[in-house]
Design a protein around this ligand. Sequence first.
Ligand SMILES: N[C@@H](CCC(=O)N[C@@H](CS)C(=O)NCC(=O)O)C(=O)O
Length: 213
Amino acid sequence: MKIFGSLISPYVRKVHVVAAEKGIAVEGAGANPRDPSPEFAKASPFRKIPAMLDGDFGLPDSTAIVTYFDALQPEPPLVSGDAKQKALAVWFEEFADTILFGSGIKVVFNRFVAPKILGFPGNTDLAEQGEKELVAILDYLESVAPAEGWLSGGEFSIGDLSVACMLKSLNYVSPTPNPATHPRTAAWYARATARPAWAKVAEQEAAQMAAFV
Ligand SMILES: N[C@@H](CCC(=O)N[C@@H](CS)C(=O)NCC(=O)O)C(=O)O
């Protein structure tokens, strides 16, 4: 099974970590949205990463792809527990993919991806705007981060995994979460990133990104 896209993308990282959690073998593949290969174009009609190709079945979007993985290999589940815990797992995935990403991308793109990878200056006004927006977002996360265990109040879920993936992208520009100002988030993040599946993907990412950090 091929997964298109670089691991610096939090959505690509999410797909790889879910695959590792479930023991699904995946192979990373390069993707150029501006000059798509026929395979990538087949998997990703709007040229976004990640996209997946399983035989001749192409699928874009991290949430769609991890839902496919969950159907192929139900254990461990993406979402579990009682009604509230299941709903909270979905909420935290959504929070990560929309709210955290929406502000974080302004910072990561303009302070890291543009200058360090693409070779042109980032828009510092946009980066500063993202940094201001992140203050309230990270404070919210601190207010809901559990002293022990996971964000939904139950088992480790797609909510924990998705939020951790977004925070790791922010780590390219700043050590986030800061244990001095956001101690509960920092402790929860340390638990999430201590999982073996995370370590396996982080190692692959370090190798991919070695030229840029
Ligand atoms: N909802 C999608 C978002 C995918 C997305 O926006 N990916 C970004 C990279 S982080 C992308 O492909 N950007 C390239 C572009 O928009 O041309 C998902 O969950 O996979």
